[in-house]
Design a protein around this ligand. Sequence first.
Ligand code: ADP
Length: 628
Amino acid sequence: MKKKQFKTESQKLLDMMIHSIYTHKEIFLRELISNASDAIDKRHFRSLTDSTLGLDKDAYEIRLRVDREARTLTVSDNGCGMTQEDMEQNLGTIAKSGSFDFKKEHGANEEVDIIGQFGVGFYSAFMVADTITVTSRPLGASSAFIWESSGADGYTVTDGERDEVGTDIVLHIKDDTDDETYGEFLEEYRLRSLVKKYSDYIRYPIRMAVSHRKPKEGAEGEYETVIEDETLNSRIPLWKRSASEVTKEEYDRFYTDKFMDYEAPLKVITQTSEGTATYTALLFLPSHAPFNYYTKDYEKGLELYSSGVLIMDKCADLLPDYFGFVKGLVDSSDLSLNISREMLQHDRQLKVMAKAIEKKIKNELLKLLASDREAYETFFRAFGLQLKYGLYSDYGMHKDVLEDLVMFPSSKEKKLVTLKEYVEGCKEEQTSIYYAAGETVEKIELLPQVEAVREKGYEVLYLTDDVDEFALKMLSKYMDHDFKNVTADALDLSTEEEKQAVAEENKNADALLACMKEALGDAVSAVRFTASLKKRPACLSTEGEVSAEMEKVLNKMPGAEGAAVKASMILEINREHRIAEVLKQLYPAQEDKVKAYAKILYAQARLIGGMSIEDPGELSELITDLMV
Ligand code: ADP
């Protein structure tokens, strides 16, 4: 019999397809099952206008059959079947999709929810089969046609028989090689798990005759092997049911099974969208961070389904990094079912969906914040760091999404507060949001400047994560309030009078202050008196953009060695403290003593500010000298 040639520019296309488009051989089954489901859809659709063409709704099925001796796997359906012409057109032309044409003709709607579009899925079967035989009897015909091919060298179409309308696709599975065990596709358990993984939500039953060992009736202790039909797929996806019909237990079990978490999710988010992109999303907020969350091993992403068929395990493009903790899936009927990840990345629909999903997550988080504070704080303790990194990343580009979601511990009630809550609790004339950074809340509270600002009645945010201050710098303003580090030299809450008095005092004491500065060398850029300290003798303030805390963070980053960042520090002496008086008395007569005191005060200020002492030996000597 003369073989007909595949209608493509080059037969190499088939080879390329088989070897490069799909990374997992196992997806061939998904493709064949999706085609079968499409074929049943088409038959059902045709029967809407001609009822003699259809079957009873419950009679539609997709069936898998294994013959291990013959090494064949058959996928059958009682869908619309194919005419000889269909076979030539659709199976004989690579990249020609009958389903796509059908959809173009009839439009996409509830009745035609068709999966296939690219016209390459069928050929994926050549990844596991050396010969494929398709027997199909089309609607309205009494006989069948047999299409057969062993790959790139072409195909034959001959006359055949089939009892009913529908299609059998018989794959002759390749022999096992050293690297590949094709034989696994002849194992019941393997087929069952593939159906579960990829085709669980195909709406028609996918059946297979499965053998079971069962206790023999009437014969105690004896067993017999019975063959029973098993439906392998669960058919109706949880997310296709209306959210009000699904119980919390069902959602929880779905989440824990699917995402392998031992704890129920903190929140379930469902979204159904029609319009620019039609999709259903089922999302979960985990109640704790996975152990590898803050490592590079963690992979963000949502499962992506096209009309109930899994096409990607972790579609990273559906989630921005700062919402990378969200688990779940998206099912869309109008995604151009894809042949590669690269193409998917540029898909416009996908971008539209990602945008809408991001907005939804944000709104749900805000709702949670408003309605269940405790749950939100649990969430924030697990993933707040991620949100703050999000604020900082991309030059603060995502602040509109994130600024209302972040929280910081505050001086007022030692609780987490949002920026909005802070601003709403501000004094009337207050135009800044005050913060201080340090290792722990306790250490920050000890900062002399914090004490001073609190004493004036202002609330102070305590920043304990490395990224915090950088994130606020990116924000630059929130509700018209700028951010002020209370240890910044520029922060001066004293009255005009006080300021003038201090300026005068500093001028009068400039020789003394210069002497102290000389003792400290490059460690500080200046020494001066201040009116803003209450109890403590001295503190360090910083000038310019880099705070002491930022200096610490930047210098511990990998690669920072050698290019050390320095905050510009000013040693401030409390003008109301006894030490101020003592210093003035000692100068100029006892310059050496003044210099020693300057060093001790500087060291103390560093300790109180949570910094380490640069020369502990020298400090120890200075103090001992004083004691003896
Ligand atoms: P796609 O599914 O992307 O359209 P395929 O290569 O998988 O591409 O299939 C090509 C075409 O062959 C389908 O669009 C359909 O018209 C036809 N076809 C494939 N399998 C069947 C089937 N089981 N029953 C009827 N038609 C089928």
